[in-house]
Design a protein around this ligand. Structure first.
Ligand code: HEM
Length: 184
């Protein structure tokens, strides 16, 4: 994945646990990288190793780390120069979720090697929808839960998200049921 992702993991760890903990995590992940370059591509394995090492050092499950990272990503991208793109993708949670593929398609212009996820919304009601998530990668469904929660915070909207179908358990894709209510 692009370095931007690994850099965001680094930022999150340093913000919350300090530089020393980050150095420990990097060492445990056996990564000999000084700085991640946002626009350079790194093997997915680098990201997975970072998540695993962070999980071991911080004694938090990988799934919780990915979830926290998803929430962090929404704030991180908005402040790292992608705020306008986020603004263009929608003015409320359901609109934004329906525009995720066009957001990543636009990002493909900036990141030519992007292997974006794909999302599809069905059964859209005033207060709920089903979100389908497809990816060339495995194991990132917890990140999606965090991302949707982060978007809830962005739109001042209460969100209740449950995974209703999971590739890890043999389904052909990951599916989530989302209840939402925008705060007055
Ligand atoms: C402007 C904001 C955003 C930027 C700049 C951005 C950019 C990226 C980049 C660079 C990657 C790595 C993919 C690769 O290197 O091949 C990625 C992956 C991903 N993005 Fe976004 N993204 C943004 C917003 C979002 C939002 C709001 C969601 C919410 C669902 C999302 C969901 C994902 C997921 C789940 C992945 C993991 C890749 C996979 O599933 O295969 N992104 N994005």
């Amino acid at each position: 994945m692009y370095g931007l992702v690994n850099k965001a993991i680094q930022d999150m760890v340093c913000d919350r646990f300090g530089e020393e903990t980050w150095e420990e995590i990097k060492k445990k992940a056996q990564l000999d990288v000084d700085v991640f370059i946002s626009m350079d591509g790194y093997p997915d394995d680098v990201t997975h190793r970072l998540v695993k090492a962070a999980s071991e050092i911080l004694a938090i499950s990988s799934s919780e780390i990915l979830q926290a990272f998803g929430e962090y990503w929404v704030l991180y991208t908005a402040k790292e120069g992608y705020g306008e793109m986020m603004d263009m993708a929608g003015e409320n949670l359901p609109e934004f979720l329906q525009n995720l593929d066009s957001l990543h398609a636009r990002l493909g212009l900036t990141f030519p090697q992007l292997q974006p996820p794909s999302f599809d919304c069905t059964e859209i009601e005033d207060d709920s929808l089903n979100l389908h998530y497809q990816s060339t990668r495995e194991g990132l469904a917890p990140m999606v839960i965090g991302l949707v929660k982060g978007l809830g915070a962005r739109f001042n909207t209460e969100v209740d998200i449950k995974q209703t179908s999971s590739r890890e358990q043999g389904s052909d894709r990951d599916e989530f049921s989302i209840d939402y209510k925008e705060n007055e």
